[in-house]
Design a protein. Sequence first.
Length: 229
Amino acid sequence: MLILSLDTSTQVCSVALHENNELLGCYELLTEKTHSSMLTTLLENIVKQAGFTLSDLDALAVAKGPGSYTGLRIGVSTAKGLCFALDKPLLAIDTLQAMAAQLQHFYPESYVLCPMIDARRMEVYCAQYQAGTLENRQATSAEIIDEHSFEELLNERPVVFFGDGAAKCKPTLAQHANALFPSQLIYPSAKTVGRLAGDTFIRRQFEDLVTFEPYYLKEFMGTKPKPKL
């Protein structure tokens, strides 16, 4: 089972290759506007350097969102294009679940993991997962954070907030003793997208290449061009 994965949900451009759930290689670039210019090159290189060809793949996996509208659109269109060209199935993995998978074994199972992706102002895309099991406790939502956010949950148990959305929320939430923030910034990664995709492949949960769209969560809010003087 050879799965090529990609994640372009945020400013990080990440690709990974797994064989039978074992990580063979990963590229992660934290550079502005690399998605459209570097993604295809990274995908081709990681497969070649691992000693395979694209035709050897059993499936491709993509982080479906939520996240950046433009980033998700580039990632999903690239994955769908390769699947069409190679006649391979597509696996779609929730971006926030894949983020939680990075930390699932670092905390006791009584803790709650709350990955956050920066939206606008004090708004974040977030979800809640049980540490250890990754059981989904609260569905993905767009939340405007204030001093009362997660108050009931924080009174019950420790909650780990992480991701670029958590960084901007820390001054508001850190006043609670049960609010925890890892010292290292956690970005979405194709490494855990690929790990979760292995189970999805075994369950044969493939996407329809014609109808599949990214999970934007919110409608795209473009800016109006300024009138020319």
